[in-house]
Design a binder for this molecule. Structure first.
Ligand code: KG4
Ligand code: ZN
Length: 333
């Protein structure tokens, strides 16, 4: 029997989840809207808001899961990677909580957790599988041999896929974070309306910085002829940008699947909420006979449910850490 309380505070969302015997019974996410005013996450503000949100979010999660503090068997937390000031709030809270209740502490790598989100609901992938993890800070193709036996076989050399979405949105004067807005407009546009330069990288790695620049130059050029170009063509621009990013991602994923001879393929991370990527992956799967795994929306973007399920796997192995543990902005995979 186990009840794991999990805390995620690596960026700008404070999230607390409960995993009761391997089932997620609460996943509360307190979003921080304050960053919208600045066009990006302000680390100092993020840690302050985590500080305000952490206690009410824990209380809400306990209430949703219908458990009390005394029922908790262990506390799992995101140790990194992420913003140091944000991580500090979650790690300090987790340590104090575990100390007060005299229960074990479990440290989780945020990037492992995005992948392990696939073990929350059925159907679950079988090992080995490939996972394309696409978020605001990372773009990785990971060969997953077991719960904590993972190898990065391809990754971005510069910007992450989420950044490509968010920076394009900024060029299009959409508010932060722009990824979900590009997705929304893309649904109404023509994905073949415009074509952008795709990066030419031979191996399984990615590059998005040149792609982003090509969009910027394209928009500037169009605006010279028509000052209202963005407003008049927003849906088509978003659909075309999204289509290009999805193609870049799927091309490398197909290459990896072929190279490793694996047909069990998953996506994870904030960008896996993207409807174009979800549809494109399903299409590729039908074409190549893949088994694909796409997390429920609430487990794509940052959430503590994924930390709780990863924590549960470590709890079963009694893989605990001591009170000397500290957050790590950069963390070895
Ligand atoms: O995993 P996540 O919540 O946080 C990080 O660990 O980075 O990912 C956030 C990223 C942001 O760049 C956001 O714009 C992007 O995921 N995102 C999307 C969508 N929903 C979130 N990008 C494209 N389409 C979406 N529907
Ligand atoms: Zn994340």
């Amino acid at each position: 029997m186990s009840v794991i309380l999990a805390i995620e505070s690596s960026c700008d969302d404070t999230s607390v989840a409960i995993c009761n015997n391997g089932k997620i019974t609460a996943n509360v996410i307190a979003n921080q809207t304050i960053h919208e005013n600045y066009g990006g996450v302000i680390p100092e503000l993020a840690s302050r808001v985590h500080q305000q949100n952490i206690v009410p979010t824990v209380e809400q999660a306990l209430m949703n899961a219908k458990v009390t503090k005394q029922d908790i068997s262990a506390v799992a937390f995101t140790q990194g990677p992420g913003l140091l000031g944000s991580l500090l709030v979650g790690v300090s809270f987790a340590k104090s909580f575990a100390l007060a209740l005299n229960i074990p502490l479990i440290s989780i790598n945020h990037m492992h957790a995005h992948i392990l989100a696939h073990f929350i609901d059925d159907p679950k992938p079988t090992f080995p599988f490939l996972c394309l993890t696409v978020s605001g800070g990372h773009t990785q193709i990971v060969l997953v041999r077991d719960y904590f036996d993972m190898e990065i076989v391809g990754e971005t050399l510069d910007d992450a896929a989420g950044e490509a979405f968010d920076k394009t949105a900024k060029i299009l004067q959409l508010p932060y974070p722009g990824g979900p807005l590009i997705d929304k407009h893309a649904k109404l546009g023509n994905p073949k309306a415009y074509k952008f330069a795709e990066p030419q990288i031979a191996d399984l790695n990615f590059s998005f910085s040149g792609f982003k620049t090509s969009i910027l130059y394209f928009i500037r050029k169009q605006e010279k002829e028509n000052a209202n170009f963005i407003a008049e063509n927003l849906d088509d621009i978003c659909a075309s940008v999204q289509h290009s990013i999805v193609q870049i991602l799927l091309t490398k994923l197909k290459k990896a699947a072929k190279q490793y001879n694996i047909k069990e393929v998953a996506i994870a991370g904030g960008v896996s909420a993207n409807s174009g990527l979800r549809a494109g992956l399903q299409e590729t799967a039908n074409e190549l006979g893949w088994n694909v795994f796409i997390p429920a929306f609430q487990y794509c973007t940052d959430n503590a449910g994924m930390i709780a399920i990863a924590g549960y796997q470590k709890f079963l192995k009694k893989d605990f850490v001591g009170q000397e543990v500290s957050p790590m902005a950069r963390m070895e995979f």
